[in-house]
Design a protein around this ligand. Structure first.
Ligand SMILES: [Zn+2]
Ligand SMILES: [Zn+2]
Length: 182
């Protein structure tokens, strides 16, 4: 059994691991990801405007629909029925980044000039939607690129075009010491 944490131990841990503001938002994206019920890769996203969190999102079926892991999404439940990387237009799951942007829309918060922290580099759809909603900065924890070489090229072009219009997409690392759960 682990020893009971002491106040002195907790104080020492605090001194060591205070996250930067960006690391703090990414840590929240990691925590948000834990709520995902999608059979696919779990992703969490946090939208920040003026250093304030305006919305969070994780991937899964629309509100009130049966969860993906309860059979709510045919595409996610039956990947063998679809060619690899295909059929995403009939996937009912909403991506984490889309959910964050749509939650802001639903609640009436402007995304114009907002920053997006996400645990996975946004897919083609989420990236163009984030740009169109006015997001100016994306920071991601884990890399993602389309598996298909042609699609990867189109994705790289989208990144370059978005950068020319003021949207930067860059990785953000989280040192392991920040994930100390004591
Ligand atoms: Zn799903
Ligand atoms: Zn996406």
């Amino acid at each position: 059994m682990d020893p009971i944490p002491t106040a002195a131990g907790a104080d020492a841990r605090r001194a060591e691991v205070r996250p930067t503001p960006e690391q703090y938002f990414m840590l929240l994206a990691v925590a948000t990801r834990e709520r995902a019920a999608c059979l696919g890769r779990h992703v969490g996203a946090v939208l920040v405007a003026d250093q304030r969190i305006i919305a969070t999102g994780y991937n899964g079926t629309p509100t009130g629909f049966p969860n993906c892991d309860e059979g709510g999404c045919h595409r996610c439940a039956n990947p063998a029925d679809y060619a690899p990387g295909r059929g995403y237009d009939v996937c009912i799951c909403v991506h984490a980044e889309q959910n964050a942007i749509l939650q802001a829309a639903k609640l009436g918060y402007s995304v114009h000039g907002a920053h997006l922290y996400t645990t996975l580099r946004p897919c083609f759809g989420c990236l163009k939607e984030a740009y169109q909603a006015g997001v100016t900065r994306v920071r991601y924890l884990n890399d993602w690129t389309p598996a298909d070489p042609g699609e990867a090229e189109t994705y790289a072009e989208l990144l370059a075009e978005a950068a020319r219009h003021g949207l930067t997409v860059e990785p953000l690392e989280l040192p392991e010491t920040l994930l100390d759960l004591r």
